[in-house]
Design a protein around this ligand. Sequence first.
Ligand code: 5GP
Length: 189
Amino acid sequence: MMNNLKKNIEEKGIFLDSDILKVDSFLNHQIDIDLVEEMGECFYEHFKNVPITKVVTLESSGIAPAYATARRLHVPMLFIKKSEPNTMQAPLSSSVYSFTKQRSYTICMEQDYLNENDRVLFIDDFLANGEAFKGVEQLIGQSGAKIVGVGICIEKRFQKGHSYICGQGYDLLALASIDHIENKKIIWA
Ligand code: 5GP
C-alpha cells in the first residue's frame, strides 16, 4: 500500500454516485508528477525481479503510471488504444464493457508490438469489475505474449475485478485498496 496515495485519495478524491471515485485533480485529468513517480517506484520495487519485456496499459489514464514504471524497468511502454486508427496495419482488437460509461468499446493495438516472447506487466489507474483487464487479457492472448504481473493504482475490492485477477493466478499489486465505502467514507482493505 502506498500511504501518500491513500492520503491524496482521502483529501482530494470525490465519491460520485454508483461507486465511482473521481481523482481528476491528481491522476485522471491533472497529474501529480511526484505522486505518479512514487507509484512507478512502488511498482518497480515489487516487480523488478520478474523478467518483464514490456509495460502495457490502456489509454489514457494508465499512461502516466505505466511510463513511470517502464522507465525504471528500462523496457518499452505500450498503450492499447480505445479506438481503431485507420493507420494501423495489422490490428488486434477486443471489446470492453465500461461500467463508468455504461457501454462497450473496442480496444486495439498493432500486432507488431507484442509477440510470444514478450512478458508483460499490465498497469492501469483503476480496477473495478475487471472488464478492462479481461479485454486486455484477450488482446494480449491473441499476440501470444504472457502477462506476468498486474499493477493497479486504485482498486475497489467491493467490485469483481480483484477476485477475478487473483483467481486467475496473476501477481496483482494494488497501491491503494478500497474495501468499501461507508457513508462516503473510505474503508481501506
Ligand atoms: P473495470 O474494467 O475494472 O470495471 O474498470 C476499470 C476502468 O474503468 C479503469 O480503467 C477506469 O478507467 C475506469 N474506472 C473504474 N472505476 C473507476 C472509478 O471509481 N473512478 C474512475 N475515475 N475511473 C474508474
